[in-house]
Structure formats: C-alpha cells, structure tokens
Design a protein around this ligand. Structure first.
Ligand code: SAM
Length: 279
C-alpha cells in the first residue's frame, strides 16, 4: 500500500492566520487536510519604513475541525489556491492549449468540473478561450470563484452551482477539464459507484470529437485509461453489441489521446494529467 505525503504547504493569510495544508496519498485515495492557526500581531511601533513585520508574532488560538472544514469549502479566504498548486498549472494550461490547437479546437468551449476557486478558467481565459463555464457543487466555491473572477476582470466566465453526477447543464463542451474532482468523488464512501456515475455524466457533457482532460493524484495514466475503457465496455454493452447504427451521441466512447509526460517539481511527481478523446 502506497502512503506518501504529496504536499505540505504552510501559507500566511492576509488576516494574520496561517493555514497548513497537507495532501496525503494512501493507497488509491488522496486525503487533504487543512489546519488553520491564528496568530496575533504585537502592537508595535514601526520606526523604519523598510521594516517587515515577521509573520509569526505569537500563537493565540487554534481553530480545529469546523474552521478547517470552512477553509476547505473556500470560506474565509481572501484569495485561493488551486488544488495541485499554481506552479504546475501553467504547464497544464499551455499543454491543453496546444492539444486543442492540434485538434483544430483553438478557442473551444470549456467546462471546468469541480472548479473550486475557478483559477484554471482564468488562466484559460488569458490563453484566449472565451466560452468558459465552471461548475461546483459547493455554493461557497462558486461564490468565491465568481468574486475572484469579477475582481480579476473575468466577468464573462460563467459559474454555476451544479453536481456533476446530476448535472443540470443542457449543453456539451468541446473541452472538459477536471482537476482533482474525480479524485474527490472517489473519496466518498460510495466512491466506486460514484466514479461509474461520473463517467456517465461526463459522457453527456463532452461534445463528439471533444476532449476530456483529467488531472489526478490518485490514479496513474494507465489506471485512468483502464477505468474509461471499462466505462466504454459497459456503455457499448448496454446499448447493444456494437456502436453501428447508434445515434452519434450514443455511440461516442472515450479513447486515450495524450498525457503530460512529467511535471518538474518533486512534490508533483505523482500527478497525472491525461487527455481522452470523445469519439
Ligand atoms: C480537489 S478539489 C479541486 C478544486 C479545483 N479543481 C482545483 O484544482 O483547485 C475538488 C472540487 O470538486 C468539487 N466537487 C466534488 N464533487 C463534486 C460533484 N459531484 N460535483 C461538482 N463538484 C464537485 C469540490 O467542491 C471541490 O471544489
């Protein structure tokens, strides 16, 4: 059984708090833990304009469970990180843009499933994508993503509260992105069943000829490809012995297209990004 610390990141917030984030890989699952510590500033006369107050001035209090849960649900944050870290997001965004261009989808419609802070969509907007939608079943996440997008001048990004497993979306997208959401879904007590539901849902969200890009830290590329192959078999088994004669949307299955070869940082060595073609 693999057990590994994927990420450890203390982070100072503007309100004088320190959040300590851990991501732990245990077998096929990833556990994320956020601890929020609150520190008080000393009253201090600042005599020198170059003086920078050290962040750790004295521990006053520690907020456990409930506040950590709020933090994980994006409350109380003046800004937000993405799950896999900002440093490697640029690699993924550039890689995704090249992939879309190579498939003749240079400025295609984009759906980000489990968008969290929505930062990925902002980065894609900077790369020229304009039809951008983010969904998350957390109202707080969507509230945060909207606020951040408006604050950063990306008012045109659509953010909707929506559970991907019971999506209310009535359209398909040429590019569907998932950064850690299938991982999160797999952590549910009914994870295996929900993962199967996930594939059914994304099947109805990705256009024919469109691309699904999944970034995971709980599955390897080969495991994801095998999982989607299992879905294909179930789907084709359910609709008949073959895809011949089926309506296009019914016949489409996912096939491996490409993957990010490696991420440079040591911490991200077990992160997988795989692109699947819906054809
Ligand atoms: C690991 S976080 C990743 C957030 C964001 N993609 C990022 O990279 O920072 C997983 C996200 O998926 C959302 N999520 C989990 N299950 C979901 C579901 N069934 N439908 C929609 N969103 C879901 C969570 O609320 C959370 O924001």
């Amino acid at each position: 059984m693999i057990c590994r610390l994927l990420h450890f990141g203390p982070k100072w917030t503007e309100s004088g708090k320190i959040a300590i984030n851990f991501s732990i890989l245990y077998g096929p699952s990833v556990f994320k833990l956020s601890l929020l510590w609150i520190f008080n500033s000393f009253d201090k006369d600042v005599h020198d304009s170059s003086y920078v107050e050290p962040p750790l001035l004295g521990l006053q209090n520690f907020q456990d469970g409930a506040y950590a849960e709020d933090l994980a649900n994006f409350h109380e944050r003046s800004h937000a990180d993405d799950w896999f870290g900002t440093d490697i997001m640029d690699i993924r965004v550039g890689w995704t843009k090249n992939l879309c261009s190579s498939r003749d989808l240079p400025s295609c419609s984009v759906l980000d499933i489990g968008t969290g802070s929505g930062r990925l969509l902002q980065q894609l907007a900077k790369q020229g994508f304009s039809d951008l939608t983010g969904i998350d079943y957390s109202e707080s996440a969507i509230e945060l993503a909207r606020s951040l997008a408006i604050g950063d001048g990306f008012e045109h990004i659509n953010f909707l509260v929506d559970d991907v497993l019971e999506s209310k979306l009535e359209r398909r997208f040429e590019l569907v992105m998932d950064e850690g959401t299938l991982d999160a879904i797999g952590l549910h007590p009914d994870g295996p069943v929900k993962r199967m539901m996930y594939w059914q849902s994304v099947d109805s969200l990705v256009s024919r000829g469109g691309i699904l890009v999944i970034t995971s830290c709980s599955r390897t590329k080969d495991e994801l490809v095998q999982e989607v192959e299992n879905f294909n078999q179930r789907k084709l088994g359910a609709v008949g012995s073959g895809s011949e004669g089926l309506p296009a949307s019914e016949a489409a299955v996912f096939s491996y297209l490409d993957h990010v070869q490696s991420y440079p940082s040591v911490d991200s060595s077990c992160i997988t990004t795989v692109a699947l073609l819906h054809k």
